[in-house]
Design a binder for this molecule. Sequence first.
Ligand SMILES: Cc1cc2nc3c(=O)[nH]c(=O)nc-3n(C[C@H](O)[C@H](O)[C@H](O)COP(=O)(O)OP(=O)(O)OC[C@H]3O[C@@H](n4cnc5c(N)ncnc54)[C@H](O)[C@@H]3O)c2cc1C
Length: 423
Amino acid sequence: MKKNRITIIGGGIAGISAAIHLIEKGHSVSIIEAKKFIGGRAGSIKAEDTFIDIGQHVFLSSYQNFLHIIKTLNLEKKFIFNKVLNIPVSTDKKTYYIKSNIIKYPFSILFGVINYKNLNLIDRFKLIYGLAKLKLAKTSLNDSTFLQWLKTNKQNDQIIKKFWKIICTPAFNIDIDKISYNSAINLFNYMIFNPKNTFFICYAKESFQSIFMNSFTKYLKNNDSNIHLGLKIESIKNKKNGIIKINTKKKIQFETENLIIATDYESTNSILGIETKEKQSSRSAIINIYFWFDSIVMHEDFKVFTDSKIEWVFSDYYNKKNKSSTQRLIISLSDANKLLKLSNEVLINLYETELRKQFDIDRDVETTKSLVIRSPNATQFTSRKINKKLKNIFVCGDWTIEELPNTMEAAALSGKKISEKNF
Ligand SMILES: Cc1cc2nc3c(=O)[nH]c(=O)nc-3n(C[C@H](O)[C@H](O)[C@H](O)COP(=O)(O)OP(=O)(O)OC[C@H]3O[C@@H](n4cnc5c(N)ncnc54)[C@H](O)[C@@H]3O)c2cc1C
Protein backbone atom coordinates (compact mmCIF):
# COMPACT_ATOMS: atom_id res chain seq x y z
CA MET A 1 0.00 0.00 0.00
CA LYS A 2 1.22 3.48 -0.85
CA LYS A 3 2.22 5.46 2.24
CA ASN A 4 0.97 9.04 2.17
CA ARG A 5 1.63 12.28 3.99
CA ILE A 6 -1.77 13.53 5.03
CA THR A 7 -2.56 17.03 6.23
CA ILE A 8 -5.11 17.38 9.04
CA ILE A 9 -6.72 20.72 9.85
CA GLY A 10 -7.69 20.80 13.54
CA GLY A 11 -5.92 19.45 16.61
CA GLY A 12 -9.02 18.55 18.64
CA ILE A 13 -9.86 14.96 19.63
CA ALA A 14 -11.04 14.12 16.09
CA GLY A 15 -7.77 15.39 14.55
CA ILE A 16 -5.66 13.63 17.18
CA SER A 17 -7.57 10.39 16.67
CA ALA A 18 -7.27 10.61 12.86
CA ALA A 19 -3.52 11.23 13.21
CA ILE A 20 -3.03 8.20 15.46
CA HIS A 21 -5.00 5.88 13.18
CA LEU A 22 -3.18 7.10 10.07
CA ILE A 23 0.20 6.67 11.74
CA GLU A 24 -0.81 3.17 12.83
CA LYS A 25 -1.45 2.41 9.16
CA GLY A 26 2.05 3.59 8.28
CA HIS A 27 1.23 7.07 6.94
CA SER A 28 2.68 10.31 8.24
CA VAL A 29 0.68 13.43 9.09
CA SER A 30 1.00 17.20 9.39
CA ILE A 31 -1.56 18.82 11.68
CA ILE A 32 -2.43 22.50 11.40
CA GLU A 33 -4.20 23.93 14.46
CA ALA A 34 -5.53 27.48 14.80
CA LYS A 35 -4.90 27.79 18.52
CA LYS A 36 -1.62 27.65 20.39
CA PHE A 37 -2.81 24.49 22.17
CA ILE A 38 -4.24 21.19 21.05
CA GLY A 39 -7.50 19.74 22.41
CA GLY A 40 -10.15 22.02 20.86
CA ARG A 41 -13.35 21.95 22.90
CA ALA A 42 -11.74 19.42 25.25
CA GLY A 43 -8.63 21.56 25.67
CA SER A 44 -7.29 24.05 28.18
CA ILE A 45 -6.75 27.77 28.57
CA LYS A 46 -3.84 29.47 30.26
CA ALA A 47 -4.96 31.17 33.46
CA GLU A 48 -2.17 33.04 35.21
CA ASP A 49 0.69 30.55 35.25
CA THR A 50 -1.26 27.29 35.02
CA PHE A 51 -3.48 25.50 32.53
CA ILE A 52 -7.17 25.07 33.27
CA ASP A 53 -9.52 22.99 31.18
CA ILE A 54 -12.26 24.79 29.26
CA GLY A 55 -14.61 22.59 31.21
CA GLN A 56 -14.68 19.47 33.30
CA HIS A 57 -14.50 16.52 30.95
CA VAL A 58 -15.67 13.09 31.99
CA PHE A 59 -15.82 9.93 29.96
CA LEU A 60 -17.19 6.47 30.39
CA SER A 61 -15.51 3.09 30.39
CA SER A 62 -17.29 2.49 27.08
CA TYR A 63 -15.43 5.32 25.28
CA GLN A 64 -13.29 2.75 23.47
CA ASN A 65 -12.02 5.13 20.78
CA PHE A 66 -11.09 7.90 23.19
CA LEU A 67 -9.41 5.27 25.38
CA HIS A 68 -7.42 4.16 22.34
CA ILE A 69 -5.82 7.63 22.24
CA ILE A 70 -4.97 7.45 25.95
CA LYS A 71 -3.47 3.97 25.59
CA THR A 72 -1.49 4.80 22.45
CA LEU A 73 0.09 7.79 24.15
CA ASN A 74 0.68 5.78 27.33
CA LEU A 75 -1.30 8.17 29.49
CA GLU A 76 -3.41 5.82 31.62
CA LYS A 77 -1.72 6.97 34.84
CA LYS A 78 -2.94 10.51 34.29
CA PHE A 79 -6.60 9.50 34.61
CA ILE A 80 -8.91 8.22 37.31
CA PHE A 81 -10.67 5.02 36.27
CA ASN A 82 -13.18 4.33 39.02
CA LYS A 83 -13.54 0.64 38.05
CA VAL A 84 -17.01 0.34 39.63
CA LEU A 85 -20.25 2.24 39.26
CA ASN A 86 -20.56 4.92 41.94
CA ILE A 87 -22.50 8.13 41.36
CA PRO A 88 -23.30 10.24 44.43
CA VAL A 89 -26.63 12.03 43.97
CA SER A 90 -27.87 14.74 46.32
CA THR A 91 -31.54 15.50 46.92
CA ASP A 92 -32.72 17.75 49.77
CA LYS A 93 -29.12 17.88 50.99
CA LYS A 94 -29.02 14.13 51.53
CA THR A 95 -26.63 12.00 49.46
CA TYR A 96 -27.71 8.76 47.81
CA TYR A 97 -25.60 6.48 45.62
CA ILE A 98 -26.13 4.74 42.31
CA LYS A 99 -23.55 2.24 43.37
CA SER A 100 -22.59 -1.31 42.68
CA ASN A 101 -19.41 -3.21 43.47
CA ILE A 102 -20.27 -5.83 40.90
CA ILE A 103 -18.15 -5.50 37.81
CA LYS A 104 -20.11 -7.60 35.36
CA TYR A 105 -22.73 -6.05 33.09
CA PRO A 106 -25.78 -6.06 33.39
CA PHE A 107 -25.61 -6.88 37.13
CA SER A 108 -23.55 -3.75 37.80
CA ILE A 109 -26.39 -1.55 36.55
CA LEU A 110 -29.10 -3.70 38.11
CA PHE A 111 -27.54 -3.52 41.57
CA GLY A 112 -26.67 0.15 41.08
CA VAL A 113 -30.38 0.88 40.66
CA ILE A 114 -31.48 -1.45 43.48
CA ASN A 115 -29.07 0.38 45.83
CA TYR A 116 -30.31 3.83 44.74
CA LYS A 117 -32.44 4.76 47.74
CA ASN A 118 -33.22 8.20 46.35
CA LEU A 119 -36.16 6.40 44.71
CA ASN A 120 -38.68 4.33 46.63
CA LEU A 121 -38.60 0.58 46.03
CA ILE A 122 -41.48 0.57 43.54
CA ASP A 123 -39.84 3.34 41.51
CA ARG A 124 -36.54 1.45 41.51
CA PHE A 125 -38.31 -1.55 39.96
CA LYS A 126 -40.02 0.75 37.48
CA LEU A 127 -36.59 2.15 36.59
CA ILE A 128 -35.22 -1.37 36.02
CA TYR A 129 -38.26 -2.02 33.81
CA GLY A 130 -37.56 1.20 31.87
CA LEU A 131 -33.88 0.32 31.39
CA ALA A 132 -34.75 -3.21 30.25
CA LYS A 133 -37.33 -1.87 27.77
CA LEU A 134 -34.83 0.63 26.45
CA LYS A 135 -32.25 -2.12 26.00
CA LEU A 136 -34.74 -4.10 23.90
CA ALA A 137 -36.08 -1.08 22.00
CA LYS A 138 -35.29 -0.53 18.34
CA THR A 139 -34.83 2.82 16.64
CA SER A 140 -37.96 3.88 14.82
CA LEU A 141 -38.82 5.92 11.74
CA ASN A 142 -41.32 7.85 13.82
CA ASP A 143 -38.73 9.58 15.98
CA SER A 144 -40.80 10.86 18.93
CA THR A 145 -39.25 12.45 22.00
CA PHE A 146 -37.49 10.35 24.58
CA LEU A 147 -39.55 12.01 27.32
CA GLN A 148 -42.80 10.78 25.73
CA TRP A 149 -41.34 7.30 25.53
CA LEU A 150 -40.28 7.39 29.20
CA LYS A 151 -43.74 8.49 30.31
CA THR A 152 -45.47 5.73 28.37
CA ASN A 153 -43.07 3.21 29.90
CA LYS A 154 -43.87 3.69 33.58
CA GLN A 155 -41.23 6.34 34.26
CA ASN A 156 -42.85 8.93 36.55
CA ASP A 157 -41.63 12.47 37.34
CA GLN A 158 -39.49 11.33 40.28
CA ILE A 159 -37.66 8.68 38.23
CA ILE A 160 -37.17 11.12 35.37
CA LYS A 161 -35.82 13.84 37.66
CA LYS A 162 -33.61 11.62 39.80
CA PHE A 163 -32.22 9.33 37.12
CA TRP A 164 -32.90 10.00 33.43
CA LYS A 165 -32.42 13.76 33.56
CA ILE A 166 -29.10 13.70 35.41
CA ILE A 167 -27.65 11.28 32.85
CA CYS A 168 -29.25 12.57 29.64
CA THR A 169 -29.03 16.36 29.97
CA PRO A 170 -25.21 16.50 30.31
CA ALA A 171 -24.71 13.73 27.73
CA PHE A 172 -26.70 15.57 25.06
CA ASN A 173 -26.22 19.07 26.44
CA ILE A 174 -29.93 19.78 25.96
CA ASP A 175 -32.99 19.50 28.13
CA ILE A 176 -34.48 16.02 28.32
CA ASP A 177 -37.71 17.11 26.58
CA LYS A 178 -35.70 17.88 23.42
CA ILE A 179 -33.91 14.53 23.22
CA SER A 180 -35.22 12.23 20.50
CA TYR A 181 -36.16 8.63 21.20
CA ASN A 182 -33.71 7.29 18.60
CA SER A 183 -30.72 9.21 19.91
CA ALA A 184 -31.45 8.04 23.48
CA ILE A 185 -31.55 4.40 22.32
CA ASN A 186 -28.27 4.88 20.47
CA LEU A 187 -26.61 6.57 23.44
CA PHE A 188 -27.62 3.93 25.98
CA ASN A 189 -26.74 1.04 23.68
CA TYR A 190 -23.32 2.43 22.86
CA MET A 191 -22.29 3.86 26.18
CA ILE A 192 -24.17 2.11 28.96
CA PHE A 193 -25.62 -1.25 27.85
CA ASN A 194 -22.21 -2.48 26.92
CA PRO A 195 -21.53 -6.15 27.69
CA LYS A 196 -17.78 -5.65 27.24
CA ASN A 197 -17.56 -2.92 29.85
CA THR A 198 -18.67 -2.13 33.36
CA PHE A 199 -20.26 1.29 33.31
CA PHE A 200 -18.13 3.70 35.34
CA ILE A 201 -17.05 7.31 35.16
CA CYS A 202 -13.49 8.43 34.36
CA TYR A 203 -11.75 11.82 34.41
CA ALA A 204 -8.32 13.39 34.15
CA LYS A 205 -6.10 14.24 37.10
CA GLU A 206 -4.51 17.19 35.31
CA SER A 207 -5.40 19.64 32.56
CA PHE A 208 -5.69 18.38 28.98
CA GLN A 209 -2.77 20.56 27.95
CA SER A 210 -0.39 19.19 30.57
CA ILE A 211 -1.43 15.60 29.87
CA PHE A 212 -1.51 15.52 26.08
CA MET A 213 0.67 18.26 24.63
CA ASN A 214 4.16 16.83 25.19
CA SER A 215 3.27 13.20 24.71
CA PHE A 216 1.34 13.83 21.50
CA THR A 217 4.02 16.07 19.99
CA LYS A 218 6.65 13.47 20.86
CA TYR A 219 4.49 10.72 19.34
CA LEU A 220 4.20 12.73 16.12
CA LYS A 221 7.93 13.40 15.99
CA ASN A 222 8.76 9.72 16.50
CA ASN A 223 6.51 8.88 13.58
CA ASP A 224 7.84 11.30 10.98
CA SER A 225 4.89 13.64 11.61
CA ASN A 226 4.45 17.15 12.97
CA ILE A 227 2.06 19.83 14.18
CA HIS A 228 1.87 23.56 13.40
CA LEU A 229 0.17 25.55 16.16
CA GLY A 230 -1.37 29.02 15.96
CA LEU A 231 -2.14 28.83 12.24
CA LYS A 232 -5.76 29.39 11.29
CA ILE A 233 -6.79 28.05 7.90
CA GLU A 234 -8.87 30.51 5.92
CA SER A 235 -9.54 28.63 2.72
CA ILE A 236 -8.45 25.74 0.53
CA LYS A 237 -8.33 25.33 -3.21
CA ASN A 238 -8.18 22.24 -5.43
CA LYS A 239 -5.58 22.79 -8.14
CA LYS A 240 -5.78 21.03 -11.53
CA ASN A 241 -2.80 18.74 -10.80
CA GLY A 242 -4.65 17.15 -7.84
CA ILE A 243 -2.79 19.25 -5.27
CA ILE A 244 -4.82 21.04 -2.58
CA LYS A 245 -3.58 24.49 -1.68
CA ILE A 246 -4.16 25.53 1.95
CA ASN A 247 -4.21 29.23 2.83
CA THR A 248 -3.69 30.44 6.38
CA LYS A 249 -4.66 33.75 7.94
CA LYS A 250 -0.96 34.49 8.44
CA LYS A 251 -0.48 34.09 4.64
CA ILE A 252 1.64 30.96 5.09
CA GLN A 253 0.65 28.39 2.46
CA PHE A 254 0.70 24.60 2.49
CA GLU A 255 0.16 22.07 -0.27
CA THR A 256 -1.04 18.51 0.09
CA GLU A 257 -2.52 15.66 -1.94
CA ASN A 258 -4.73 14.40 0.90
CA LEU A 259 -6.57 16.54 3.38
CA ILE A 260 -8.68 15.79 6.44
CA ILE A 261 -10.67 18.65 7.92
CA ALA A 262 -11.25 17.87 11.61
CA THR A 263 -12.89 21.07 12.77
CA ASP A 264 -16.34 21.95 14.10
CA TYR A 265 -19.26 22.22 11.66
CA GLU A 266 -19.13 25.97 11.13
CA SER A 267 -15.34 26.14 10.69
CA THR A 268 -15.48 23.23 8.25
CA ASN A 269 -18.05 25.04 6.12
CA SER A 270 -16.11 28.27 6.32
CA ILE A 271 -12.83 26.59 5.23
CA LEU A 272 -14.70 24.99 2.32
CA GLY A 273 -16.35 28.29 1.38
CA ILE A 274 -19.88 27.01 2.04
CA GLU A 275 -22.43 29.41 3.47
CA THR A 276 -24.31 27.86 6.42
CA LYS A 277 -27.82 28.68 7.46
CA GLU A 278 -27.49 27.33 11.00
CA LYS A 279 -28.98 29.72 13.54
CA GLN A 280 -27.77 30.50 17.04
CA SER A 281 -30.60 28.33 18.40
CA SER A 282 -28.96 25.25 16.93
CA ARG A 283 -26.06 25.56 19.36
CA SER A 284 -26.09 24.64 22.98
CA ALA A 285 -23.76 26.21 25.50
CA ILE A 286 -21.92 24.79 28.49
CA ILE A 287 -20.75 27.07 31.28
CA ASN A 288 -18.17 25.96 33.81
CA ILE A 289 -17.69 27.96 36.99
CA TYR A 290 -14.50 27.34 38.96
CA PHE A 291 -14.22 28.14 42.68
CA TRP A 292 -11.15 27.81 44.85
CA PHE A 293 -11.65 27.48 48.63
CA ASP A 294 -9.07 27.69 51.38
CA SER A 295 -10.37 24.41 52.93
CA ILE A 296 -11.74 21.07 51.81
CA VAL A 297 -15.47 21.54 51.32
CA MET A 298 -16.40 18.47 49.28
CA HIS A 299 -15.40 14.90 50.10
CA GLU A 300 -16.20 13.29 46.78
CA ASP A 301 -14.61 13.68 43.35
CA PHE A 302 -18.00 14.58 41.89
CA LYS A 303 -21.63 14.83 42.90
CA VAL A 304 -24.94 15.34 41.09
CA PHE A 305 -27.77 17.51 42.40
CA THR A 306 -31.38 16.81 41.46
CA ASP A 307 -33.01 19.81 43.13
CA SER A 308 -30.43 22.53 42.76
CA LYS A 309 -29.25 24.72 39.93
CA ILE A 310 -25.68 23.50 40.45
CA GLU A 311 -26.34 20.15 38.66
CA TRP A 312 -22.95 18.35 38.39
CA VAL A 313 -20.09 19.49 40.63
CA PHE A 314 -16.53 18.19 40.33
CA SER A 315 -13.69 18.62 42.79
CA ASP A 316 -9.99 17.85 42.89
CA TYR A 317 -10.55 15.73 45.99
CA TYR A 318 -8.67 12.83 44.33
CA ASN A 319 -5.46 14.87 44.81
CA LYS A 320 -6.18 15.76 48.38
CA LYS A 321 -7.37 12.59 50.08
CA ASN A 322 -6.38 12.57 53.76
CA LYS A 323 -4.76 15.97 53.52
CA SER A 324 -6.39 19.16 54.61
CA SER A 325 -5.51 22.02 52.33
CA THR A 326 -7.21 24.04 49.63
CA GLN A 327 -9.78 22.77 47.16
CA ARG A 328 -11.01 23.56 43.66
CA LEU A 329 -14.63 22.95 42.71
CA ILE A 330 -16.08 23.11 39.21
CA ILE A 331 -19.78 23.58 38.57
CA SER A 332 -20.61 22.23 35.13
CA LEU A 333 -23.78 23.70 33.64
CA SER A 334 -25.19 21.99 30.55
CA ASP A 335 -27.95 23.32 28.30
CA ALA A 336 -26.79 26.78 29.38
CA ASN A 337 -27.93 29.08 26.52
CA LYS A 338 -30.20 31.04 28.86
CA LEU A 339 -27.37 31.67 31.31
CA LEU A 340 -25.16 33.24 28.65
CA LYS A 341 -26.84 36.61 29.11
CA LEU A 342 -25.86 36.79 32.79
CA SER A 343 -22.62 38.56 33.66
CA ASN A 344 -19.74 36.65 35.25
CA GLU A 345 -20.31 38.55 38.48
CA VAL A 346 -23.97 37.51 38.66
CA LEU A 347 -23.12 33.89 37.82
CA ILE A 348 -20.43 33.75 40.49
CA ASN A 349 -22.72 35.24 43.12
CA LEU A 350 -25.64 32.97 42.29
CA TYR A 351 -23.65 29.77 42.17
CA GLU A 352 -21.34 30.46 45.09
CA THR A 353 -24.37 31.08 47.30
CA GLU A 354 -25.90 27.81 46.13
CA LEU A 355 -22.65 25.87 46.60
CA ARG A 356 -22.32 27.18 50.13
CA LYS A 357 -25.92 26.22 50.86
CA GLN A 358 -25.68 22.71 49.39
CA PHE A 359 -22.34 21.85 51.02
CA ASP A 360 -23.01 23.73 54.28
CA ILE A 361 -19.78 25.61 53.80
CA ASP A 362 -18.75 27.45 56.92
CA ARG A 363 -18.64 31.25 56.75
CA ASP A 364 -15.00 31.17 57.82
CA VAL A 365 -14.10 29.25 54.68
CA GLU A 366 -12.91 31.73 52.13
CA THR A 367 -13.41 31.63 48.38
CA THR A 368 -9.94 32.58 47.24
CA LYS A 369 -10.62 32.73 43.50
CA SER A 370 -13.36 32.13 40.95
CA LEU A 371 -13.49 31.88 37.19
CA VAL A 372 -16.29 31.56 34.62
CA ILE A 373 -15.53 29.76 31.35
CA ARG A 374 -18.22 30.02 28.69
CA SER A 375 -18.47 27.63 25.76
CA PRO A 376 -21.35 28.98 23.66
CA ASN A 377 -20.63 26.51 20.84
CA ALA A 378 -20.12 23.42 22.99
CA THR A 379 -22.68 21.44 20.97
CA GLN A 380 -23.73 22.14 17.41
CA PHE A 381 -26.96 20.55 16.20
CA THR A 382 -26.31 20.27 12.50
CA SER A 383 -26.89 18.21 9.45
CA ARG A 384 -24.21 15.51 9.58
CA LYS A 385 -23.00 16.10 6.07
CA ILE A 386 -21.31 18.77 4.01
CA ASN A 387 -23.12 20.01 0.90
CA LYS A 388 -20.20 19.91 -1.45
CA LYS A 389 -18.49 17.25 -3.55
CA LEU A 390 -14.91 17.01 -2.39
CA LYS A 391 -11.97 15.33 -4.09
CA ASN A 392 -9.30 13.95 -1.75
CA ILE A 393 -10.74 16.07 1.06
CA PHE A 394 -12.31 14.21 3.98
CA VAL A 395 -14.26 15.60 6.88
CA CYS A 396 -14.49 14.39 10.48
CA GLY A 397 -15.42 15.78 13.91
CA ASP A 398 -17.89 14.93 16.67
CA TRP A 399 -20.80 16.38 14.66
CA THR A 400 -20.32 13.87 11.82
CA ILE A 401 -21.29 10.86 13.97
CA GLU A 402 -25.00 10.22 13.75
CA GLU A 403 -25.33 7.60 16.47
CA LEU A 404 -23.71 9.60 19.29
CA PRO A 405 -24.13 13.03 20.89
CA ASN A 406 -21.24 15.51 20.55
CA THR A 407 -18.69 13.89 22.85
CA MET A 408 -15.02 13.06 22.95
CA GLU A 409 -15.96 9.51 21.95
CA ALA A 410 -17.87 10.74 18.88
CA ALA A 411 -14.85 12.87 17.94
CA ALA A 412 -12.40 9.98 18.42
CA LEU A 413 -14.66 7.60 16.49
CA SER A 414 -14.97 10.07 13.61
CA GLY A 415 -11.16 10.33 13.33
CA LYS A 416 -10.85 6.56 13.27
CA LYS A 417 -13.64 6.11 10.69
CA ILE A 418 -12.24 8.69 8.29
CA SER A 419 -8.75 7.18 8.30
CA GLU A 420 -9.93 3.57 8.04
CA LYS A 421 -12.32 4.28 5.18
CA ASN A 422 -10.13 6.45 3.00
CA PHE A 423 -6.46 5.59 3.52
C1 LIG B 1 -17.26 22.87 28.28
C2 LIG B 1 -17.37 21.56 27.58
C3 LIG B 1 -17.52 20.40 28.33
C4 LIG B 1 -17.62 19.17 27.70
N1 LIG B 1 -17.71 18.05 28.45
C5 LIG B 1 -17.63 16.83 27.85
C6 LIG B 1 -17.54 15.66 28.63
O1 LIG B 1 -17.56 15.70 29.86
N2 LIG B 1 -17.44 14.47 27.98
C7 LIG B 1 -17.41 14.38 26.62
O2 LIG B 1 -17.28 13.27 26.08
N3 LIG B 1 -17.50 15.49 25.84
C8 LIG B 1 -17.60 16.71 26.43
N4 LIG B 1 -17.65 17.85 25.67
C9 LIG B 1 -17.69 17.70 24.20
C10 LIG B 1 -16.29 17.42 23.63
O3 LIG B 1 -15.36 18.32 24.16
C11 LIG B 1 -16.35 17.58 22.11
O4 LIG B 1 -17.39 16.77 21.60
C12 LIG B 1 -15.04 17.14 21.43
O5 LIG B 1 -13.92 17.63 22.12
C13 LIG B 1 -15.07 17.64 19.99
O6 LIG B 1 -13.85 17.32 19.36
P1 LIG B 1 -13.61 17.63 17.82
O7 LIG B 1 -12.19 17.30 17.54
O8 LIG B 1 -14.66 17.00 17.00
O9 LIG B 1 -13.85 19.21 17.66
P2 LIG B 1 -13.08 20.43 18.33
O10 LIG B 1 -12.74 20.11 19.72
O11 LIG B 1 -13.92 21.63 18.08
O12 LIG B 1 -11.71 20.53 17.52
C14 LIG B 1 -11.58 21.25 16.34
C15 LIG B 1 -10.20 21.88 16.31
O13 LIG B 1 -10.05 22.55 15.07
C16 LIG B 1 -9.46 23.81 15.29
N5 LIG B 1 -9.87 24.70 14.20
C17 LIG B 1 -11.11 25.21 13.96
N6 LIG B 1 -11.09 25.99 12.87
C18 LIG B 1 -9.82 25.96 12.40
C19 LIG B 1 -9.17 26.58 11.30
N7 LIG B 1 -9.83 27.38 10.46
N8 LIG B 1 -7.85 26.34 11.11
C20 LIG B 1 -7.15 25.51 11.95
N9 LIG B 1 -7.73 24.91 13.01
C21 LIG B 1 -9.03 25.13 13.24
C22 LIG B 1 -10.00 24.25 16.63
O14 LIG B 1 -9.18 25.24 17.23
C23 LIG B 1 -10.01 22.93 17.39
O15 LIG B 1 -8.80 22.70 18.06
C24 LIG B 1 -17.59 19.09 26.27
C25 LIG B 1 -17.45 20.26 25.52
C26 LIG B 1 -17.34 21.48 26.16
C27 LIG B 1 -17.18 22.73 25.34
